[in-house]
Ligand binder design. Structure first.
Ligand code: CO
Length: 219
């Protein structure tokens, strides 16, 4: 369901991964002999990035950032379910301990997870995970059903899923607390696999916040 063929068309020997690692270490040390020593001192990222596990959407590479600059959490279809201990722990640690200034939810067009949630299929363990995306469809059903072209509807669901996961970020106590105490911004982005471009959805979070806080405010 999620496979769309290998990009290179050939299988990978894991030995090449270690060779690639050694080459990367050499390059980093050539530019800065104390690079890894500095990295070992700690991290101070200003951005938490929540994205899809899709192998084509490599977080650091697409943003052009270096190790230490972005705290990353990835799962199928960049979800932020309220009962997912992993996502909740990442948000808690990034916002309350690392004190990041930006929380980003980044979806991507041609997302296999979103596509799977658009069709009836029993995918076993994935059913409850994908049901979160089906819930997003239900919340925005009138808008989505009005889009005749399936690819356009699929892309719109990717965007609306990002928006709803940003709302899920705002629902957490860590984010609500940080919002009151300091400057914290939540962003909804989409990566277009076909062009390589990162798109800011320009979601108005102040407006959404005002609409939902009556219900979700816990602090
Ligand atoms: Co995806």
């Amino acid at each position: 369901m999620f496979r769309s063929g290998s990009f290179s068309g050939k299988s990978m020997d894991v030995g090449t991964i270690f060779a690639g690692n050694r080459k990367w270490v050499e390059e980093k040390l050539r530019l800065d002999p104390s690079y890894f020593e500095k990295l070992s001192k700690g991290q101070n990222p200003e951005v938490l990035y929540i994205g899809c596990s899709d192998s084509r959407v490599s977080a650091e590479e697409l943003m052009g950032v270096q190790p230490g600059e972005v705290f990353v959490h990835r799962n199928i279809a960049n979800m932020v379910p309220n009962t997912d201990l992993s996502a909740m722990s990442v948000i808690d640690y990034a916002v309350s301990q690392l004190k990041v200034k930006h929380v980003v939810v980044c979806g991507h067009y041609y997302c296999g997870g979103v596509k799977s949630a658009m069709h009836p299929a029993d995918l076993g363990l994935l059913n409850p995970w994908l049901r979160n995306i089906r819930d997003v469809y239900r919340l925005h059903q009138s808008e989505l059903d009005a889009i005749d072209d399936e690819e356009a509807r699929y892309k719109r669901l990717v965007e609306l899923n990002v928006q709803e996961q940003c709302v899920n970020v705002i629902k957490t106590p860590d984010v609500q607390k940080a919002w009151k105490e300091r400057k914290l911004e939540v962003h909804g982005w989409v990566f277009d696999v076909r062009t390589g471009m990162l798109i800011d959805l320009g979601i108005d979070f102040e407006k959404i916040l005002q609409q939902i806080m009556k219900i979700y405010r816990i602090i």
